[in-house]
Ligand binder design. Structure first.
Ligand code: NAD
Ligand code: MG
Length: 405
């Protein structure tokens, strides 16, 4: 029943031109009586953001890159649109925290999403969190900001959305208190789940980005191939749901139909299932506690026939182990992990290093940069900068250049 949603919600979409951003606009476009686009943002994709402005007529469009903002402003001035164009971090923060915005979809990729997402949280918006890197980096500070502002934070990452749907309302009282044994975090295993390990040295960025079940942005696709994505998600689950690392178990499930599960002490396991399409968690986040149509086709379990599960192999996926170690280490270790991983993935996508070098570079930087207590945002941002600096220094040394394995 949708009867109770009456007011039109103004939505800011951070990262509108990306995979999650486009899926969000698709869901919004199905419900013009419920949602209006307040602001759209992107980094450099001027032409696509302009097309989205023509279709959704936002009050604001923001480009993080200043030159791109100037180009977009010219296109908009020559059109009949009344959209105001803003630029840079200040523009992103303005549309995230603006009084007129009710909901913010946080779908910028990487650490660049942290400050705009925090602006949305601090001003008490409903925040739909896709940008897992921001939470991974700043965990406790991020969750403190959520508590302080009383904002409604809804996880959009499909696994966390599934867990959220399977948890009792009072889950924050503690897992033992509400009778939960553990969380089963499912993972597809990515495109190289069964590729002979000796062939992984030569896999290309396009092969790494060819995810078997989910079409996604290139950074998260590479993270899925290394399973760093699942490591980041284990950390994300710990912060979101108040879990310790040993309460999160990663299970490989190649079909990506069971999006994750909650295991209760009485032996009940609750799971959320659905076709692998991000419009389901996005629609859930937009409409919660109601339900709306997302455009996703109904699940046909009979046609699917089988669901498989297996244990991940740390030998094949060393990045998963690095992430689990970082969450146990605590403090700024997670910001360091995230920072170096962003550099490593960019270097791999640029053809500068091989696929297996991603884990090697991540490990080298985690050994090189000391973890400290993550007691304020400046320390987190400094850890991120130190990790990037160390990673770039190692890349420049040639130790990780392609073919050095
Ligand atoms: P994407 O690469 O397709 O899109 C990224 C968006 O961020 C684009 O709009 C881009 O313009 C913007 N952006 C990039 N760098 C920026 C910067 N420096 N400043 C401001 N904006 C910038 O990525 P995606 O696949 O849509 O993923 C977005 C986020 O959602 C990531 O954190 C990812 O981990 C998470 N996520 C994605 C999926 C998915 O299915 N794609 C699923 C779960 C979680
Ligand atoms: Mg996910």
């Amino acid at each position: 029943m949708m009867g109770e949603i009456t007011l039109v919600q103004n939505v800011t979409v951070l990262g509108a031109t990306g995979s999650i951003g486009r899926s969000t606009l698709d869901v919004i476009g199905r419900h013009p009586e419920l949602y209006r686009v307040f602001a759209l943002t992107a980094n450099r994709q001027v032409e696509l953001l302009y097309q989205q402005c023509l279709e959704y007529k936002p009050q604001y469009a923001v480009m993080a890159d200043e030159n791109s903002a100037a180009e977009l402003a010219q296109l908009i001035a020559a059109s009949a649109l009344k959209t105001d164009v803003l630029a840079g971090l200040a523009g992103l923060q303005e549309v995230s925290g603006a009084d007129e915005a009710d909901v913010v979809m946080a779908a910028i990729v990487g650490a660049a999403g942290l400050l705009p997402t925090l602006s949305a949280i601090e001003s008490g918006k409903r925040v739909l969190l896709a940008n897992k890197e921001s939470l991974v980096m700043s965990g406790a500070l991020f969750m403190d900001a959520v508590k302080r502002s009383g904002t409604c934070l809804l996880p959009i990452d499909s696994e966390h959305n599934a867990i959220y749907q399977c948890l009792p309302a009072n889950y924050m009282e503690g897992m033992a208190r509400v009778g939960i044994r553990r969380i089963l975090l499912t993972a597809s295993g990515g495109p190289f789940r069964t590729t002979p390990i000796d062939q992984l040295t030569k896999v290309t960025p396009d092969q790494a980005c060819a995810h078997p079940n989910w079409p996604m942005g290139r950074k998260i696709s590479v993270d899925s191939a290394t399973m760093m994505n699942k490591g980041l998600e284990a950390i994300e689950a710990c912060w979101l749901f108040g879990l310790t690392p040993d309460q999160v178990e990663v299970v490989i499930h190649p079909q990506s139909i069971v999006h994750s599960m909650v295991d209760y002490v009485d032996g009940s396991v609750l799971a959320q299932l659905g076709n692998p399409d991000m419009r389901t968690p996005i629609a859930y986040g937009l409409a919660w506690p109601e339900r709306i149509d997302s455009g996703v086709s109904p699940l046909d379990l009979v046609k699917l026939g089988r669901l498989d599960f297996a244990t991940p192999d740390y030998g094949r996926f060393p990045c998963l182990k690095l992430a689990m170690d970082a969450v146990s280490a605590g403090g700024t270790a997670m910001a360091i992990l995230n920072g170096v991983n962003e550099v490593a993935v960019s270097a791999f996508l640029a053809g500068q290093i091989g696929f297996l070098d991603i884990a090697r570079l991540n490990e080298a930087v985690l050994n090189d940069v000391d973890s400290r207590p993550a007691s304020d945002l400046d320390l987190v941002l400094a850890a991120d900068a130190d990790a990037r600096h160390s990673a770039n220094k190692l890349l420049a040394s040639g130790l990780f250049s392609k073919g050095s394995v």
